[in-house]
Design a protein around this ligand. Structure first.
Ligand code: G
Ligand code: MN
Length: 228
């Protein structure tokens, strides 16, 4: 499935995030939280991750050919996928070549813990990917280590403020403080912020008043299958 990332004031789509769903024969439609950890334990995450990247690129190619492509397609990447560094780099290049897409069409969503691990162990690898034009966003910003060192050392394109904080906007003063501070931090670094999990008009309006330009969430659109 794909969920739009939009510019709040215009509703213009600035990206699409690929979200895996699993149609389980007996348990129905499963969300990533219900099965990703299992695939990580069994090692199936490698194959799943590759498949998601391939399918996302296939979809992006289709949108490009139809002339309706969003600027980027965002793909979530798990820690285990990154532990196979050279392999990931090679596979990524192969998939892009297969679908004839530039690396700049793709944004990898990394959580803070993945990014921290990458900083410690796979520095060069991430830099290679960045040099190819690939985009990086930090998913669930504020829920992990939020290392400012990572922000300084990597050229991250976007921060995504975790839904957990957006849920409390505007009623919870702590959540508002975190949101405002994250926007300020991003502004200093000259990077974009996407608010995750926006569900109401009130949240959207308040985010605009804080200077947040981009958002994602049920208020703008749920994840839906693409028909291409
Ligand atoms: O970890 P990550 O931020 O990639 O997870 C995104 C998940 O959040 C997806 O499973 C998606 O369906 C869900 N999601 C996206 N927008 C909303 C929202 O507005 N409300 C709720 N409850 N969930 C959302
Ligand atoms: Mn995500």
């Amino acid at each position: 499935d794909y969920q739009p990332q939009v510019e709040i004031i215009s509703g213009r789509i600035v990206g699409m995030e690929a979200l895996v769903r699993w149609n389980h024969p007996t348990r129905g439609r499963l969300m990533p939280a219900d099965f990703i950890s299992v695939t990580e334990r069994t090692g199936a995450i490698k194959a799943l991750g590759r498949w998601v990247l391939d399918q996302s690129c296939r979809q992006m190619k289709y949108w490009r050919d139809e002339g309706i492509a969003p600027p980027t397609i965002a793909v979530n990447i798990s820690a285990t996928q990154f532990k196979i560094d050279q392999e990931f780099e090679k596979e990524f290049a192969e998939i892009l070549a297969k679908w004839d897409l530039p690396a700049s069409d793709i944004e990898l969503e990394l959580t803070e813990s993945v990014l921290l691990e990458v900083t410690l162990e796979h520095r060069v690898f991430l830099e290679h990917l960045r040099q190819s034009g690939l985009r990086i966003s930090i998913d669930g910003f504020g829920t992990g280590y939020s290392s400012l060192d990572c922000l300084r050392n990597h050229q991250v394109n976007r921060l995504k403020i975790a839904k957990k904080f957006i849920d409390g906007v505007p009623s919870n003063s702590g959540d508002v403080a975190i949101t405002r501070a994250t926007l300020g931090l991003a502004r200093e670094f000259g990077i974009d912020v996407v608010a995750e999990g926006v569900e109401t008009a009130e949240q959207a309006a308040f985010l605009v008043s804080l200077g947040c330009k981009y958002a994602q969430g049920y208020y703008f659109g749920r994840a839906a299958p693409a028909d291409g």
